[in-house]
Design a protein around this ligand. Structure first.
Ligand code: URP
Ligand code: ZN
Length: 461
């Protein structure tokens, strides 16, 4: 099957060129002008006046994650269909294991859940205990295509590991080429603050944020980086939300430390003022780390522009309003997490419209760099001969309004309800198959393939 995407402007992390894209079966065969020469095509996709972008790579999702009080409402079928509507064609979800359970057993369970994915998908592994048995599994994990593990400095008794465990894990991971991703919030003092607020009867959603101050994210981020430096290992900071944490990343990168960091659209567009909305509405916005002061947003945009932040992922972990209700009168029982997998490209494209970031930086942040850091490049994350033909065709002039009434995520509210946005994702191809076009959806459960990821490539990151 030969498909020609014609008339568009092809945008990669480095170039913006008027060019056609020739797809043969599942891969890009050629990019350029007159690429059809010498052979016919079976299908033509007109991209006149449109940007042709690499499919988005969202490296932080939690499909059907079991949390203490509720299960995330998108499963791998609904969540990946929604992601596709929003121009994401690859996800990397966080698999988990139980205490005492081998990592590979947890991975096998997650692969079963992911079998209904519409999209190609990889998996990270959330590691909740560090011991000889767990560390001895790292080679097998890499062989199974999992080249990143996540550790937590928060959630004592559930996920949190101590500094010695982090240091040991960093060293062992470095020996195998595995990247450690870190949830960097200091869980000890956070739990004390939670106790104090609850004891004082301060149970509204805003006290979720008051219990998790930015200073404790900054402290944990700096400590994680110091431990990585000591171990001589790279480190990746997940869902960085605050200027305090960004300052430690910037300072470390300035002195040559291999630290990489992601932020998420919610930290660029929402703030603690949303958590403080009247009544219980703030529950819609409860996630960890929490939404910060509006002033932090400016710093995060600067970090994206200047290269101190390399990835925009979603931390997609949606709960329906009925599930959020579990925490009415007790913010500690509000399921933590926000919907976002469908809105990531659209929201970050506003950064291009608003001249916060360049078009090429937009591609780098949403596709190319995440694919590199998580061992998927150049198969994913760019448009080049030999890459998978995962393409997004975006009309940069079209406007629309984000709303739960029109989104496809399995959640009954939008954090961005009523927001006018410029730029509309019209057509999405996964491995040469059109899965979104003309307002219709053609993807299907099980069409996504498991991606055995390679080791990280940190070049130009
Ligand atoms: O609130 C969030 N982010 N929930 C998802 C789990 C996590 O900590 O990443
Ligand atoms: Zn997460």
């Amino acid at each position: 099957m030969r498909t020609l995407v014609t008339g568009g402007t092809v945008v990669t992390a480095s170039d913006t060129v008027a060019a056609d894209v020739l797809i043969v079966d599942e891969q890009v065969a050629a990019v350029g002008i007159d690429v059809r020469a010498g052979a016919g095509v079976d299908r033509v996709v007109d991209a006149t006046g449109r940007y042709v972008l690499p499919g988005g790579v969202d490296v932080h999702t939690h499909m059907e994650l079991q949390t203490p009080y509720a299960v995330a409402s998108d499963d791998f079928a609904t969540g990946t269909a929604a992601a596709a509507w929003g121009g994401t064609t690859t996800i990397v979800d966080y698999a988990g294991h139980d205490y005492g359970e081998p990592l590979l057993a947890g991975l096998a369970r997650w692969r079963q859940k992911a079998a209904k994915s519409h999209l190609d998908h990889g998996l990270h592994m959330m590691v909740r205990e560090v011991n000889d048995r767990v560390l001895a599994e790292l080679p097998a994990l890499v062989a199974a295509g999992v080249s990143s593990i996540k550790l937590f400095m928060a959630y004592p008794g559930v996920y949190m590991v101590d500094d010695a465990a982090i240091f040991r894990a960093l060293g062992a991971a470095q020996e195998r080429g595995v990247l450690v991703a870190m949830h960097a919030e200091n869980g000890g003092p956070i739990d004390v603050l939670i106790e104090r607020h609850v004891a004082a009867g301060e149970t509204a959603p805003i006290f979720h944020a008051r219990s998790r101050p930015a200073a404790m994210e900054g402290e944990a981020t700096g400590r994680a980086i110091a431990l990585a430096e000591l171990a001589g290992a790279p480190i990746y900071i997940t869902h960085l939300s605050s200027a305090a944490a960004l300052a430690t990343v910037r300072a470390a990168r300035d002195r040559g430390v291999a630290v990489y960091a992601e932020t998420c659209p919610q930290y660029l567009y929402l703030s603690d003022a949303d958590l403080a909305r009247p009544g219980f509405e703030g529950a819609k916005y409860v996630c960890s780390p929490p939404l910060r002061a509006a002033t932090d947003q400016h710093e995060l945009w600067t970090g994206l522009r200047q290269g101190d932040l390399q990835v925009v992922a979603t931390d997609h972990c949606p709960f329906r309003l009925g599930q959020k209700e579990l925490g009415r009168g007790d913010f500690t029982r509000i399921p933590n997490g926000l919907p976002g997998v469908e809105d990531r490209l659209t929201l970050l494209f506003q950064g291009v419209v608003d001249e916060q970031i360049s078009l090429n930086r937009f591609v780098a942040l949403t596709a190319t760099i995440p694919a590199k850091i998580f061992g998927l490049y150049p198969r994913k994350g760019t448009i080049a001969p030999g890459s998978d033909a995962d393409l997004v065709i975006l009309d940069p002039q079209a406007e629309r309004t984000i709303s739960a009434a029109t989104h496809h995520m399995n959640v009954d509210y939008s954090c961005y309800e009523g927001r006018r946005v410029q730029g509309s994702i019209e057509t999405v191809l996964q491995r040469g198959n059109v899965i979104v076009a003309d307002g219709s959806y053609f993807g299907r459960p099980g069409a996504g393939r498991y991606l055995a990821r390679g080791l990280p490539d940190y070049s130009s990151c």
